[in-house]
Design a binder for this molecule. Sequence first.
Ligand code: GLN
Length: 544
Amino acid sequence: MARYIFITGGVVSSLGKGLMAASLGALLQARGYKVRIRKFDPYLNVDPGTMSPYQHGEVYVTDDGAETDLDLGHYERFTGVSAHQGDNITSGRVYRDIIAKERRGDYLGATVQVIPHVTDAIKQFALADQGDHDFILCEIGGTVGDIESLPFMEAIRQLRNELEPLQTLSVHVTLVPYISAAGELKTKPTQHSVRELASLGIKPDVLLCRAEHPIPDGERRKIAQFCNVRQEAVIPALDASSIYAVPLQYHAEGLDTEVLRAFGITDAPEPDLSRWYDILDRYENAEGEVTIGVVGKYVGLPDAYKSLNEALVHGGMANRVRVNIKWIDAEIFEQPEADIAAQLEPMHGILVPGGFGVRGSEGKIASVRFAKERKVPFLGICLGMQMACIEGARAGGVEGANSTEFGETAEPVVGIITEWMSKEGLQTRGADTDLGGTMRLGAYEAKLDGNSHVSSIYGGAASISERHRHRYEVNLKYQDALERDGLIFSGMSPDGLLPEIVERPDHPWFVGVQFHPELKSKPFDPHPLFAGFVSAALQQARLV
Ligand code: GLN
């Protein structure tokens, strides 16, 4: 049976628990263990799919079509282990399932309660699908003391009691703030947070203390004494130069050693961290730089494009260059006085990312046109590909080409998909279907045209599998118009009905994809589209 590591956070939110879980998973993996990481989110949405990116950041999509928390992206990027439907649960999903069972009469007249019904459902989720994993890490969203997270804490307390003594571990992430007026680090918030956790029946084994200044031994000893943990298990977690330095830094502070020790494992192999040194070297010792303009909608909040940002960094690592990202609000290109050329001329590559809604769409179309006419490397992702097709159709003579997502249109170059084949069979949708969980979601295959640019980008592959999250599709009926403007379909769904990839053979690097390649990019295995795009941007940088 797997060993369980429960990761909670205290004092404040945004401590980087997700990165911490991903880093600990990566360190255990580097020692040869098989790991899996799960996220428990206490909010009442069934999944984050319907939440605004401003609320929640990016929605991360798994191969099997779950819309999940963006921390699952960190887990995948750091460990290379593909997440599943069962790796992210919310209170909303637990309650939905329980209430459906109650309505069916499955509880046979019992009163349905938080304890045991909700806590049992949480425990079942934690214990499900253990496979041959050595460690299952469970990160609990939110901060200790939140009302919403109480059932999760209670489930952990019960599990720690029910499983074997050396089978579970509690890691608590806290903050040790620096008060500059006093010139001191303060341990009191950590003491309070551990007391709060202890009042819920959970005694932490390892404390990970986020701090902006080194934590002197005296403070570490104090935390250990007041919080009832070994001094060595008080791990300082200082801000890192990059997220890719975090596993190495935590290892140097003894995190994985202490975690293993707390499980009673003293003969673990030393970790092989060579690949972490390699990517950090590529990142920190880059030779040259490129600037990519990302023309999108949620540009005020980098978390909204988390995976995209990381995939561009990976593309930089593949080419040993630094990628500067210039986030540009597409709406500013819709102002009559907008000087698009002045904004976009300094860019070595232009990327229009995924998105929803009409706002900024004409600005995105204008950016596509600029990239096309000026022969600047262009990558359009999901909505970005749809905008490239609308631009191409308009240039190919279809006046008024548009997407039905933005309102009624006589020329629906992009329209709602009402039918498609998934692994579960034919899917059908209507314009009035629920918004939650009803998009074309998860991994789908695409067949590549053997003579295309994109086939060479993918190393000559005839077929690829990429993750989707969209409701609208490019309409095949407009193929001729698009071809008149030099835009061709170079990747299609296996049944030949849904355009998956478009490109411009007369352009140095112009690709639009209906899927989200950024979701599968890893630092150790940069996605070929991002490696290729950054390489093309590097050529462009040499030209200008
Ligand atoms: N809004 C578009 C659609 O639903 C694109 C979605 C996206 O970019 N993820 O098809």
